[in-house]
Design a protein around this ligand. Structure first.
Ligand SMILES: CC(C)(COP(=O)(O)OP(=O)(O)OC[C@H]1O[C@@H](n2cnc3c(N)ncnc32)[C@H](O)[C@@H]1OP(=O)(O)O)[C@@H](O)C(=O)NCCC(=O)NCCS
Length: 378
C-alpha cells in the first residue's frame, strides 16, 4: 500500500479498535466511569474490593457476594515458594522488573494457567489481585534485608499491602487513602498497558502472559513512570518560589512537565482531585506542607497551558502521597500496577470472551526493490 492511499494514525491517536463495556472516559468533560458508575462516587463511597468485583462481574455486589469475594481475595495472599525464590534471585533489579518477572513466574505455579474459560480467568484474576501486592511487598522486604511479612487476614486489601510492606498495620487514614488511590487506578480504557494486555490476550496466550506484558508497558515514564518523576521534579524544585522558573526552563527545552498532559483528557483528569485533597491533608498532618505548596505552585505556573488542554493527571499527586507515606520512589509505579490489576484482568477476560487477533498494519517507507549483494561485493 503506498503512502498516499492510506491515512496513518501514529500512536493510534483517536482510533477506536473495539467496543468495551468496562469503563468510559469523556476526555473533554473530564469524566471517568467504571461500568457506568462515576469515579467520584466510587472514590468516596466504594472500596477497592467492591470496585474489583464491579469491574470483574459488571455489577455492584450484594453484601454476601462482596463478603465471599473478599474472603477469596484474602485467601490468595501467599506466594508460592518458587516465586519467592525468583524474587530473591532478581532482588537488585528495579521493582517493576521484579514485578514483571514475578507475575511471569506466578504463571508457572497457577493451576489454571492455560485455561482461558471465563470461570478460570476470573479465578486467576482474584489470585493476581492478591498476589501482585504480595510480590511488591516481599521484594521490598527482601532487598532491604528484612523477612517478608505474611498477609493479615483481618486487614482489607489496601491496609494489608501497607502492612506487608512495612511490617506494621497502617493508620485508618493511611489505609483509606491507599484504598482510594487503588480505586482511582483500577481501570482506564485502552491505555497503553491495557491495550498491551489485550494484544497479548488476543493471541489467546494466557492471562499471566497478558499481565506480564502489561507491566512492561506500564513501566515506561510516558505511562506509569510519571508519579516517580513528579516526586523527583518536586525535589528538584525544592521550594515553591522556584516552580515558575523551573517550568519556564523545562518548556524552553521542550521537556514535558511530569504529571501534566494526557492522551485522552483535555480537561482535568477527574482522578486528580481525590489525590489532591489527600496530599493537602497528609502534607499538613505530617508537618511537610512544602510538598503541597510546590505542587500547587507548579499548577499555577502551568496555567497558560491549561487553556491548550494540558492539565494535571492522576500521577501528579499520587507520587507525593506515596512519599508522605515513607514509600521509596521506585515503588510508585508498582503501586500503580497493584491498583491496575483488575483493569488488566477484566480487559483480558473481555478480549477472551469476544476474541479477535489484534494485528494492524504499517505503511512501508524503506528502500524500494534492491538486488541482493554478495558479501564479497559489499
Ligand atoms: C501523557 C503524554 C505522553 C501524552 O502525550 P500525547 O497525547 O502524545 O500528546 P503530545 O505529546 O503530542 O502533546 C501535545 C502537545 O501538548 C504538549 N504537552 C503534552 N504534555 C505536556 C506536558 N506534560 N508538559 C508540557 N507540555 C505538554 C506537547 O509539547 C505538545 O505540544 P506541541 O503540539 O506544541 O508540540 C504527555 O502529555 C506527557 O509526556 N506527559 C508527561 C508524562 C505524564 O505525566 N504521564 C502520565 C500520563 S497519565
Amino acid at each position: 500500500m503506498s503512502e498516499e492511499k492510506v491515512e496513518i494514525h501514529r500512536g493510534l491517536k483517536g482510533v477506536y479498535f473495539d467496543r468495551s463495556a468496562v469503563s468510559s472516559i469523556d476526555g473533554k468533560a473530564g469524566e471517568l466511569r467504571y461500568r457506568g458508575y462515576s469515579i467520584h462516587d466510587l472514590a468516596t463511597r466504594s472500596t477497592f474490593e467492591e470496585t474489583c468485583y464491579l469491574l470483574l462481574h459488571g455489577e455492584l455486589p450484594t453484601a454476601d457476594q462482596l463478603s465471599d469475594f473478599d474472603q477469596a481475595l484474602r485467601a490468595e495472599r501467599t506466594l508460592p515458594d518458587g516465586v519467592m525464590d525468583v524474587i530473591d534471585a532478581v532482588q537488585s533489579a528495579h521493582p517493576m522488573e521484579v514485578l514483571r518477572t514475578g507475575i511471569s513466574a506466578l504463571g508457572a505455579f497457577d493451576p489454571d494457567v492455560d485455561d482461558n474459560s471465563l470461570d478460570a480467568a476470573l479465578r486467576k484474576s482474584v489470585r493476581l489481585i492478591s498476589q501482585v501486592p504480595a510480590i511488591v511487598a516481599a521484594h521490598q522486604r527482601i532487598r532491604t534485608g528484612l523477612d517478608p511479612v505474611p498477609g493479615d487476614p483481618a486487614l482489607g486489601h489496601a491496609a494489608n499491602f501497607l502492612y506487608m510492606l512495612k511490617g506494621e498495620a497502617p493508620s485508618e487514614d493511611a489505609a483509606q487513602l491507599m484504598d482510594v488511590d487503588m480505586i482511582l487506578h483500577a481501570e482506564h480504557g485502552a491505555n497503553a498497558s491495557s491495550f498491551t494486555a489485550r494484544v497479548v490476550a488476543g493471541t489467546q496466550a494466557n492471562l499471566h502472559a497478558s499481565m506480564t506484558a502489561a507491566v512492561g508497558a506500564l513501566s515506561g515514564p510516558s505511562h506509569g513512570g510519571a508519579a516517580e518523576n513528579v516526586m523527583k521534579m518536586a525535589q528538584e524544585i525544592g521550594e515553591p518560589e522556584n516552580a515558575a522558573d523551573y517550568v519556564k526552563a523545562q518548556r524552553k527545552a521542550r521537556i514535558p512537565i511530569m504529571g501534566f498532559g494526557h492522551r485522552v483528557y483535555k480537561a482535568e483528569d477527574p482522578r486528580a482531585r481525590h489525590l489532591r485533597d489527600g496530599v493537602k491533608r497528609l502534607s499538613i498532618e505530617m508537618g511537610e506542607p512544602k510538598w503541597y505548596a510546590i505542587l500547587e505552585a507548579v499548577v499555577e505556573a502551568m496555567q497558560p497551558y491549561a487553556r491548550k488542554g494540558i492539565n494535571v493527571n492522576v500521577d501528579f499527586y499520587a507520587g507525593v502521597v506515596y512519599h508522605l507515606h515513607g514509600i521509596p520512589e521506585d515503588l510508585f509505579v508498582p503501586i500503580f500496577a497493584i491498583g491496575r490489576v483488575p483493569g488488566w484482568a477484566v480487559q483480558g477476560v473481555e478480549q477472551f470472551e469476544k476474541n479477535i487477533l489484534i494485528r494492524p498494519l504499517t505503511v512501508y517507507n524503506g528502500p524500494g526493490f534492491r538486488d541482493y549483494v554478495a558479501m564479497e561485493d559489499r
